[in-house]
Design a protein around this ligand. Structure first.
Ligand code: BMA
Length: 837
């Protein structure tokens, strides 16, 4: 948790009585959040809207535009970003306020091309949404009522104007947004709505100060033989010279700093020695211990929660090439996670609850890393605070993606400001383990005709940008290990992270974009795969939120708008590789999610089985920013897709799997545990009536952090034809008094060639303390049994599983939003593979 607190945070919206000057605080704030007037420049629209928030959200709330997420409305809202918009509000200041030494207007995340006016006077402009805006406004304020106005220039026009400054083009897939410092996917992406918003996504306030104020606090840590030295950096902004005492507290130690300050920014450092600290660990490896850090400047208190962990990025030559892995507190971490994109295209829907829900859903699915991908935001504090608290490591991209970028002085100066601000703001979160310069910008040089044909120029521009990024990062955070681009070998140009699996991080897209069969995942042995993915369609509940009843066809106009990559037809065509044709629309949706889960499971199990060659898997992508057909494992509405439920299994700490190779199914038991485990793996081969044909139990001592090969199943020695049987691997591991279980189903030929039997599944629902339990039984083996509860949001303890006759399963459902009007038992829907054809 990090916050800047004030003993009294006042909202001066009415005149209050005069207070004696000696009663003045160091800092007083005037919160300017709330309802603002909005007007279209060169147009007639006038309305009101909430800030934080954006123009689009306001217009939608006021009924002036239709829901952009619905039907084909995306197109209908494109005019909004062509206009300039003014937002303004009145506020009344306390008569005491002018007595303060200085008054600042502070705006976090000003998005993007803003002119700020106080009482009609221009107080400043901003054109980089990744830098907080700050201007001195005291001289513009008047006693009583004041007016503040922000003019947002059309982001499309501002970006186009910026483009015109350059002689040579910088090609991209995001229109002109690569010329400006704004969230790159605001202009549309291959999963994203084109909604180039303008607005304020975070704090907006006046800050009146008396004396110097703390501007930044950031802490670095050095670990040595069981003790840790934490150096706290404090930046104090002053408008005069003087002396000030600062109190700094960490881990029960108090230190006092006698600071002599001068006009401008003043920097101080204070160090703490913490012996035998309670270390911070990623999820699955230990506790997320956090120490409270407090810096007190009279009544201004800045708080941080600091996690102490020794961090190394190990890229050393080994017999497979060059490793890429994170070592935390001297332990090699096997990273398992997903890529994060902005959590909503509407600014006002990027709520704290949404952040927490999505991030916690990751840990619940046994993930320990999230990649904040370079086409989005340096995320809000809630993102990093939550990751610190729940043990999710963060791969932090800098916000550049899939494009060529300018490398001129002005552009680099803006980038430098942005990075210095962002690095100070977030780098000491223990969850952040890597700073990566961009997403796919080295590769992008080869994607566009203009850059392909003039490579040296674009490489030089990239290198200039890259040097500037590294320099800005390491000026603030000298120990930072900078990773130039994802994918890369960590060194810069010249590495090919798309097909070279011997070093660096890899983006493996041969299966989705390259159209190869899922078995192609077995051909690569990435050291760290930071992207690979497979698309699916959303569930019926999601579909109904954006498609009218006459559009329930994946090639309808509405579906085409809600598909930004290769097309839904491609998803459907691919069914024929593994599955029978789905009988109806609902089955099509279901099957697409199963197909996606199968793809990612195939890769993840294999790459886990080859550890320590591979030490990281981050699939593309966790979430959606609107309801869409995409690679996500969690739908826009929060529903976990089959992929997310299956990830909970294939990312389980102890997992068994079968990898087909040369007529055999090689069995592996993979353990991420830090101690040896006693593992029992039951391998039962059944026919599709549910009769056991063959049983075998393997008892192994799985070494810590290992992948153990077990006796393989030979396809030739199966008791019946491969299409007439399947295996269930039931794994039970015990270590340190804890039990871990995992279940996996293995088919010996494509699902479409298996003799699945129609199955009759029965459910019994009971409610205990607001949670539901569903007991399921079946008369024949049923596969990929999926439970859905349209209208009730929540998470099942298990889903997309195999159900065997005589082996009932009970799953728990924890509602996220409880609506008593919807009866759980009535909406509960059960589907499984055999029913889809
Ligand atoms: C990647 C990402 C995104 C994109 C995804 C799917 O490489 O970096 O740019 O959305 O592929 O195409």
């Amino acid at each position: 948790m990090r916050s800047i607190l004030f003993f009294s945070t006042m909202i001066f919206l009415s005149v209050s009585t005069c207070i004696a000057a000696e009663d003045m605080k160091t800092i007083q704030t005037v919160d300017l959040k709330g309802t603002w007037q909005i007007s279209q420049v060169d147009g007639s629209i006038k309305t009101t809207g909430e800030i934080p928030g954006g123009i689009h959200s306001a217009l939608y709330e006021a009924g002036l535009i239709e829901d952009p997420y619905f039907g084909t409305n995306e197109e209908k809202i494109q005019w909004v970003a062509e206009y300039d918009w003014k937002v303004s509000r009145k506020f009344t200041i306390d008569p005491l306020l002018p007595a303060y030494q200085d008054i600042y207007l502070e705006v976090k995340n000003p998005d993007t091309f803003c002119e700020f006016r106080v009482n009609g006077k221009l107080v400043g402009t901003s054109d980089n949404m990744f830098v907080a805006f700050k201007a001195r406004v005291k001289k513009y304020l008047i006693p009583g009522e004041n007016n503040i106005e922000i003019l947002f220039h059309s982001p499309l026009k501002a970006a186009a104007k910026q483009r015109e400054k350059y002689e040579k083009p910088f090609p991209s897939q995001q229109g002109d947004f690569n010329y400006v410092r704004k969230v790159q996917c605001h202009n549309g992406w291959d999963w994203g709505i084109k909604m180039p918003v303008s607005g304020i996504t975070d704090e907006i306030r006046l800050v009146a100060v008396n004396g110097p104020m703390i501007e930044h606090v950031y802490a670095s840590q050095k670990h040595d033989k069981g003790s840790c030295e934490v150096t706290v950096n404090i930046e104090l902004l002053a408008r005069s010279a003087g002396q000030q005492k600062l109190a700094v507290r960490l881990a029960g130690q108090d230190k006092e700093l006698n600071c002599t300050y001068k006009y401008g920014m003043n920097k101080y450092q204070v160090s703490f020695q913490i012996n035998n600290p309670d270390l911070w660990w990623p999820a699955g490896y230990g506790d997320q211990n956090l120490y409270e850090l407090e810096v007190v400047n009279k009544d201004q208190i800045v708080k941080r929660s600091i996690g102490l962990r020794k961090l190394e990025l190990v890229d050393e030559d080994d017999k497979y090439g060059t490793s890429m892995k994170f070592r935390i507190n001297d332990v090699d971490i096997f990273c398992k996670g997903a890529n994060w994109i902005p959590c909503d295209a509407f600014m006002n829907r990027q709520t704290d609850e949404k952040y927490e829900y999505l991030l916690k859903s990751m840990v619940e699915a046994n993930m320990n890393i999230v990649r904040a991908w370079g086409g989005g935001y340096y995320e809000r504090d809630i993102f990093y605070d939550t990751c610190d608290r729940i043990g999710l490591l963060v791969w932090q991209d800098m916000m550049f993606s899939c494009a060529t970028y300018p490398g001129d002085k002005d552009f680099l100066a803006s980038v430098e400001k942005e990075l210095k601000y962002q690095v100070k703001r977030i780098y000491d979160h223990p969850s952040i383990v890597i700073w990566c310069g961009d997403n796919e910008c080295v590769g992008a040089i080869g994607w566009y005709e203009e850059s392909r044909s003039d490579r040296p120029y674009y490489e030089k521009e990239w290198s200039k940008l890259n040097d500037a990024r590294q320099k800005a990062l390491q000026e603030i955070y000298p120990e930072a290990r900078y990773w130039p681009s994802s994918p890369s070998d960590g060194k810069g140009l010249g590495s090919d992270g798309w097909s070279d699996d011997t070093k660096g991080d890899m983006h493996y897209w041969e299966v989705w974009h390259g159209g190869k069969a899922f078995e192609a995942f077995y051909d690569v042995n990435p050291r760290f795969c930071s992207e690979f993915g497979y698309q699916s369609l959303p569930s019926m509940e999601s579909v109904e939120s954006f498609a009218p009843a006459d559009q329930l066809d994946v090639e309808s106009e509405v579906f085409t708008v809600h598909q930004k990559s290769k097309g839904n037809k491609y998803i459907i065509q691919m069914f024929e590789r593994y599955f029978q044709s789905p009988k109806d629309f609902q089955s099509t949706l279901y099957l697409s999610q199963l197909q996606q889960a199968k793809a990612i499971k195939t890769a993840s199990e294999y790459w886990r089985s080859i550890k320590p060659v591979c030490q990281g898997i981050i699939f593309w992508q966790l979430n959606d920013n609107w309801p869409v057909c995409s690679w996500s494992s969690i739908e826009y509405n929060g529903n976990w897709k089959q992929l997310h439920y299956q990830a909970k299994q294939f990312y389980a700490p102890v997992m068994s799997c079968a990898i087909p190779k040369d007529g055999k199914y090689e069995l592996y038991c993979v353990s991420d545990l830090l101690t040896e485990a006693d593992v029992e793996i039951k391998v039962d081969i059944y026919d599709f009536n549910g009769n056991i044909l063959k049983e075998k139990t393997h008892n192994v001592k799985a070494a810590k952090q290992s992948s153990t090969a077990l006796e393989a199943i030979s396809a030739a020695k199966l008791p019946v034809d491969p299409g007439q049987c399947f295996a269930v691997l039931k794994t039970t591991a015990s270590a340190n008094g804890k039990t871990y279980s995992h279940e996996n189903t293995i088919f010996f030929t494509e699902e479409k060639n298996c003799g699945l039997m129609p199955a009759k599944i029965e459910t019994k629902v009971s409610e205990v303390n607001g949670k539901y339990q569903v007991e399921l039984t079946t008369d024949k083996p049923a596969f990929f049994v999926v439970l859905e509860t349209p209208g009730i949001k929540g998470i099942f303890s298990n889903n997309s599983f195999t159900l065997l006759p005589g082996e009932p399963k009970t799953v728990e459902f924890v509602p996220v939003e409880y609506r008593s009007r919807v009866k759980f038992g009535k909406v509960l829907k059960v589907m499984h593979l055999r029913e889809t054809y």
